[in-house]
Design a protein around this ligand. Structure first.
Ligand code: CP3
Length: 339
């Protein structure tokens, strides 16, 4: 079990320590040989049903890298899969939906999530991890917009044309879809925290395809429902998206304690766009592929810019790339600790 004053938790609450805590989005998986060895060809959605395996895959990067937080091994589509919407995750592709969300009648396929019945293995994994871990466990969910984009498009999509069309053409149906997805995310996050997760992150990875006014009108109410619906649990809430430079102000208004920033906006500038918020980020994931000198320069620049925020959680600007060398990730941890 971790301490309540663990550096990651203290920093999320706005306390500034000697150096920022560090963890990496997508630290489990892809880039780790021990992950590939342990998981084999098992599909991630099947792997999630095995709490001991989930605990092991969550612990692997913590052991190897000595990061300040663990993130539960799961996926943003796990809740929709658990209620039987018909989602699979194809390796190298991402989530693929058998029958995409297109009509009013598809709302009936999005019933409420009852975690203790639909995915009891998840709370079991969280309990195992809470007992084992010495650093805080971060639970997570996909934000309503990003999950909706998979359900509406049927799979990964660069421009989210159908999604952006639906929210304009059928704002009523869109609002009903997002409200159901907010309830799913909230039920999943509450159950993760009740089982022992110390913090949560809401991933709105693809929100960057929206303008700020569109985000505020069609997306923020649902994300706010998730984030404020956790307030009574007293755990730090981080809200992250990619390409969201123009949305940082709006995301800061949605109810989170920490705003995640991708690599496109330096943290000192992000601090102006999201005033008063603790910031998380934002090393460009490709800096890990560019050689030791570039890496050191860029880590130092992120640390320096991060001092403009009330407090700073060091991370990448998005997930670890599959081609990243784990030894280079370990070097980042070392550089951050050196300050
Ligand atoms: O270490 C961690 O961060 C833990 C777990 C984690 C996974 N997915 C495991 C996973 C987290 C936090 C996610 C979130 C997730 N999933 C997001 C938000 C974060 C982001 O990257 O923006 C998104 C958009 C997804 C959807 C998704 N699931 C994608 C794009 C992929 C990758 C497809 C591929 O293979 O390239 C997945 C599958 C997935 N999720 C894998 C893992 C470890 C790979 C599956 C495997 O190893 O079989």
């Amino acid at each position: 079990m971790w301490a309540t004053d663990a550096p990651y938790l203290a920093t999320c609450r706005g306390e500034v320590g000697p150096t920022p805590p560090v963890w990496f989005m997508r630290q489990a998986g892809r880039s780790l040989p021990e992950y590939r060895a342990r998981k084999g060809t098992l599909n991630i959605l099947d792997a999630l049903r095995d709490p001991a395996l989930v605990a092991e895959l969550t612990l692997q990067p913590v052991r190897r890298l000595g990061v300040d937080a663990a993130i539960l091994y799961s996926d943003i589509v796990a809740p929709v899969a658990a209620i039987g919407f018909g989602v699979e995750i194809r390796s190298g592709v991402g989530p693929v939906v058998e029958r995409p969300f297109r009509h009013e009648s598809d709302l009936d396929r999005l019933r409420p999530l009852v975690p203790e019945e639909d995915c009891p293995w998840q709370a079991d994994a969280v309990r195992l991890l809470a007992a084992e871990l010495e650093v805080p466990l971060i639970g997570f969910a996909g934000a309503p917009f990003t999950v909706a984009s998979y359900l509406v498009e049927g799979g990964p999509s660069r421009e989210q044309v159908r999604t952006r069309t639906l929210l304009r053409a059928r704002p009523d149906l869109w609002a009903a879809l997002l409200d159901r997805l907010a309830d799913l995310a909230l039920a999943s996050l509450r159950s993760q925290v009740e089982a022992g997760a110390a913090a949560v992150q809401l991933f709105d990875s693809w929100a960057g395809s929206l303008s700020a006014p569109t985000y505020r009108r069609h997306v923020m109410p649902a994300s706010r429902k998730v984030l404020t619906g956790l307030a009574d649990l007293g755990v730090p809430r981080t809200h992250f998206g990619v390409g969201t430079g123009e949305l940082l102000g709006a995301m800061a208004d949605a109810g989170a304690d920490v705003v995640g920033v991708d690599w496109r906006v330096p943290l000192d500038e992000a601090a102006e766009r999201a005033p008063g918020k603790v910031l998380q980020g934002n090393l460009d994931p490709t800096a890990l592929l560019a050689g030791p000198d570039v890496l050191e320069t860029e880590v130092k620049a992120v640390l320096e810019a991060g001092r403009a925020a009330p407090a700073h959680v060091f991370n990448l600007g998005h997930g670890v790339l599959p081609e990243a060398d784990p030894d280079v990730l370990a070097r980042v941890v070392e550089l951050v600790r050196a300050g």
